[in-house]
Design a protein around this ligand. Structure first.
Ligand code: BDR
Ligand code: CA
Length: 309
């Protein structure tokens, strides 16, 4: 089967790192490029982490391009208390040797989607600043992207605030632009992704995965668990990649999603109407088949671990 070509906009980030490993390890995905955004930690760190991961995972042919340092209109928020000062928890990957690509992420996104209209899926697993700017710079990307998949949003409860999920709450204006752009956004949000918990038995499987397990998966996930959930942290971002690999893992329901940008207490809320009067602008994940998710993710990690030694 021909792999799905993606561009991955991210803010690594522990679960971003796990998503990158999943995308690179899967024969069903081809990464055309990685773009970075300030989010979990500052842009210099998310970019440095993407470069570290590229070398550690042996994907040196994939360009990494840096993008926006902060939100369109608001002060930057981060999640360093969850992802660690470095952004990768307790994982200590060697400093990168190869440089970041020249140019800006927004141009990379536009140019890459323009080069192969209808062929490339845009996957965004950080704040949506770069994607919103790309939409503003070249609105035709909405038609050029084969699909747009985000990890973000929540129709039940947020994690940045009770109303807002982190990636949306970090830049609500950008998220609003993305949802209103005229494409159908596949929204993999907290409601389903919070079930993708790496419980103890999963981490034990990761321990047996050589260098990949020892140097990346286990130290990052254990750190993430201490900071978030004692019974196992949800590796949210990997859900977006898992959806690209196997679209049947999630239950997706058409909905109209509007992003709250004015609320004092609700900014960044993804107000989700499953019975809209007008047209839907999103497919919202309501459930994840957790056993099949982990079967897929662990199988890909095992193969990648074998290749990495
Ligand atoms: C999202 O927020 C970030 O902290 C994670 O990397 C993920 O993209 C989950 O709310
Ligand atoms: Ca992320």
């Amino acid at each position: 089967m021909t792999p799905t070509k993606i561009v991955l906009d991210c803010d690594p980030g522990i679960d971003d790192a796990l998503a990158i490993a999943l995308a690179h390890g899967s024969p069903e995905v081809e990464i055309a490029g990685i773009t970075t955004v300030g989010g979990n930690v500052a842009l210099e760190r998310t970019t440095g982490n993407a470069l570290r991961l590229r070398e550690f995972l042996g994907m040196t042919g994939v360009p990494v391009t840096a993008g926006s340092a902060g939100a369109l209109l608001r002060p930057r928020v981060d999640a360093a208390e969850v992802h660690g000062e470095s952004g990768l928890g307790a994982a200590r990957l060697p400093d990168p040797v190869l440089p970041v690509a020249g140019g800006h992420a927004v141009d990379f996104l536009v140019d890459t989607l323009a080069a192969e209209p209808g062929e490339i899926t845009l996957v965004a697993i950080g704040p949506l600043t770069n994607v919103a700017l790309a939409v503003r710079k070249e609105p035709r990307i909405v038609h050029w992207a084969k699909d747009v998949v985000i990890l973000g949003g929540a129709y039940t409860r947020g994690n940045l605030t009770p109303a807002a999920e982190f990636n949306i709450g970090a830049d609500p204006e950008a998220a609003s632009i993305v949802f209103d752009a005229g494409w159908t956004v596949t929204m993999i949000g907290l409601d389903s992704a919070r079930h993708a918990q790496a419980r103890a038995a999963i981490v034990d499987e990761m321990r047996a995965m050589g260098r990949l397990g020892r140097d990346l998966l286990v130290p990052s996930v254990e750190f993430y668990g201490l900071a978030t959930a004692a019974d196992g942290p949800a590796i949210y971002d990997a859900c977006a990649i898992a959806h690209v690999i196997d679209p049947t893992l999630h239950t997706l329901v058409p909905a109209r999603v509007d992003v709250e940008t004015a609320g004092r207490f609700t900014a960044g809320m993804t107000v989700t109407d499953f019975a809209p009067k007008g047209a839907a602008n999103a497919l919202v994940a309501t459930e994840l088949d957790v056993p099949r998710f982990w079967d897929l993710v662990l199988a890909v990690y095992r193969d990648l671990a074998d290749r990495l030694g």
